[in-house]
Design a protein around this ligand. Structure first.
Ligand code: SAM
Length: 595
């Protein structure tokens, strides 16, 4: 960026009525692009720009008289692209009027949507890495539908892009990069209605637009506007700022004072590095607002049932979390979301600052593990917690497994260089994700420990059985093996789950539960009332039951054996539904739960 262009922009702004405090200047820095620096200490510096400098939906009809009010942001993207790249084709004087501003807009915003394939490999295993292609597809679909439905441009001008778009699913990352992004970075003159120009516009709005409703409460909540000069301020989440609109002037005020040589910053909101990198192309080290998004995909019927019957199981929408002006839901959306809103999955965000962010997730996992019981039952709660732990563990493993990997060797490294800043961003982002996941796992482990203590009277482990029901391991189990002509030492139990199954089977047969364990017998009998009519056929047998059966009853000479296949199947089912297994520990431990 040339110094001259920046000064031209500032002079132009002032000429058009922008008011900047005495003692601030704008300069270019490699890391942050243009920045605003205070040449002396200032108390609550204040900047204003007149309405006339704002690029919003109200300018659209000047260039596109046929534009409707729907899809205002898409029109705005085409308008911006036409102003920037349209040259003579621009009918209005907007291109000329805003030229100093347009000249200072970055050629490229550093977000992963424009990273080359080798750079992208540095995001492998992360949410951001896997979101690049679908996001690009969404942007291109927005462009494609628009050029097809509106006669904004000659068909010939976009026919090659349309062909690329139709083949999108088959294109490699390299072909997409060469088609869409290279024209931007080469600085070649773009056709204003092209897919690349649209992508540029999209990224410019994503990284610097403000919500239009700040200045006009009647517009759609999702509408965007550009505020030249105000949008030169970089982000600092410590910065206390106030935005306002009064008597046709947009104002930015820093609420506290600022030291000499310090940078005057805006505050883009409490954004984690995933939002910052994907929307703005930068990251902050040790970002306290870092979050990890966890997506749960459920069948539509399940979501419909939850929305109808489980009001306490709150399903979050993007609006519950986002700070992006860009992703605000349109105000036309109903307050109570339809199941179809979650068709692509329910997204939960976890971060370190919000201690209760795991609660809705725990509830959802408990619901999904509830089996025949209530989702708030203790067994569901514990199972939910275990499954959530597993989900976080596998996300952590995916993010970790790529952290040692440098570049994707399958990509010809001579063709693409890895920009050192992008490499840095990918590393900081990934480290942040790992740190949030580890923190989430730590919280879950602590929660599990608390629950294990709190509910210890309702939990039964094999260890407790060994301690209190001495007769079982001392007499009943050996007697059972004797009755089936097996040596106890020859029979191997795969895990504690199987031990619980055989314990219940034998205790029921012998009617010998000790008083302390009477609840197991009662819970089991109640369970059988519902289960006894179910047919059991050995051709659909779960392999683990089949293996258990072979070890416990098969091959015996006992003809009147009382532990039947049906009883084994029911008891497996019973233990499954009335226990949870602490899978993450090195030795999985199944624990029975009293209702
Ligand atoms: C609204 S613009 C701010 C002005 C911008 N520096 C420019 O050159 O036009 C947002 C862009 O500024 C840069 N930026 C803002 N805050 C930053 C920060 N704290 N660290 C690094 N880059 C930052 C990013 O490139 C981002 O996309």
């Amino acid at each position: 960026m040339e110094e001259q262009s920046i000064q031209r922009l500032i002079a132009w702004g002032k000429f058009q009525g922008a008011a900047l405090p005495e003692g601030v200047s704008f300069e270019y820095s490699d890391r942050k692009g243009i920045r605003c620096v205070c040449e002396k200490s200032l108390s609550s510096p204040y900047l204003t720009i007149p309405d006339d400098l704002i690029i919003s939906g109200k300018l659209i009809p000047l260039e596109f008289p046929e534009a409707d009010h729907k899809r205002g942001n898409t029109w705005l993207k085409f308008l911006l692209a036409k102003m920037k790249f349209g040259g003579e084709e621009c009918n209005s004087d907007l291109s000329e009027k805003f030229r100093p501003y347009l000249d200072c807009l970055p050629k490229i915003v550093d977000c992963p949507l424009v990273w080359n394939p080798r750079e992208l490999s540095h995001l492998a295993g992360t949410n951001l890495g896997s979101s690049v292609r679908p996001k690009l597809k969404d942007i291109l679909t927005e462009w494609y539908r628009f050029v097809k439905e509106n006669e904004v441009t000659e068909e010939a001008a976009v026919s090659s892009d349309c062909s690329f778009y139709k083949d999108y699913g088959q294109l490699s990352d390299e072909s997409i990069f060469r088609w869409l992004v290279e024209p931007l970075s080469n600085g070649s003159t773009l056709q204003w209605s092209s897919a690349s120009a649209f992508l540029w516009s999209h990224l410019i709005l994503l990284s610097r637009a403000f919500p239009h409703y700040i200045i006009d409460q009647n517009v759609d909540q999702a509408s965007l506007m550009l505020l030249p000069i105000i949008d030169l301020l970089n982000h600092d989440y410590h910065s206390k700022v106030e935005w306002g609109f009064n008597e046709g002037q947009f104002s930015f005020k820093k609420l506290d004072s600022i030291e000499e040589d310090a940078e005057l910053c805006n505050n883009y909101g409490c954004k984690g590095n995933e939002e910052l990198l994907s929307g703005y192309g930068f990251v902050l080290e040790e970002n306290p607002f870092d979050f990890v998004a966890l997506k749960i995909k459920l069948p539509l019927e399940t979501i419909t049932t939850i929305l109808k019957e489980e009001p306490t199981l709150k399903i979050p929408t993007l609006d519950d979390y986002t700070n992006f002006a860009f992703e605000k839901q349109s105000q036309n959306l109903p307050n109570k979301p339809e199941a179809s809103v979650f068709e692509d999955g329910i997204v939960y965000f976890i971060n370190k600052l919000n201690a209760s962010c795991l609660d809705p997730l725990l509830n959802m996992f408990a619901y999904l593990c509830r089996g025949n019981s209530e989702w708030h039952s203790l067994a569901s709660k514990f199972n939910g917690l275990q499954n959530l732990r597993n989900a976080l563990e596998s996300k952590l493993a995916a993010a970790k497994s790529f952290s040692s990997q440098r570049d994707d060797c399958s990509i010809d490294s001579s063709k693409y260089e890895v920009n050192s800043y992008r490499r840095h961003c990918a590393r900081i982002y990934r480290d942040g994700q790992l740190s949030v996941l580890k923190d989430g796992l730590k919280k879950l482990k602590a929660m599990e420990k608390t629950w294990l203590t709190e509910y210890k009277d309702r939990l039964l482990t094999v260890k407790k059985i060994t301690k209190y029901d001495k007769g079982f391991f001392g007499e009943e189990l050996p007697a059972y093996f004797e009755s089936i002509d097996r040596k106890q030492d020859d029979v191997v139990f795969e895990n504690n789950f199987e031990l619980l199954v055989i314990w219940i089977l034998i205790k029921i047969e012998n009617n010998s539960f000790i008083e302390k364990h009477d609840w197991v017998s009662e819970q089991y009998r109640n369970f059988l009332i519902d289960a006894k009519n179910e047919d059991i056929t050995s051709d659909r047998m779960d392999p683990s039951i089949e293996s258990f059966r072979r070890r416990m009853i098969n091959g015996t000479t006992q003809t009147d054996r009382t532990i039947t296949l049906k009883k084994i199947v029911h008891t497996f089912d019973f233990v499954q539904k009335n226990s949870f297994t602490r899978i993450s520990s090195s030795n999985p431990d199944t624990i029975m739960v009293r209702n």
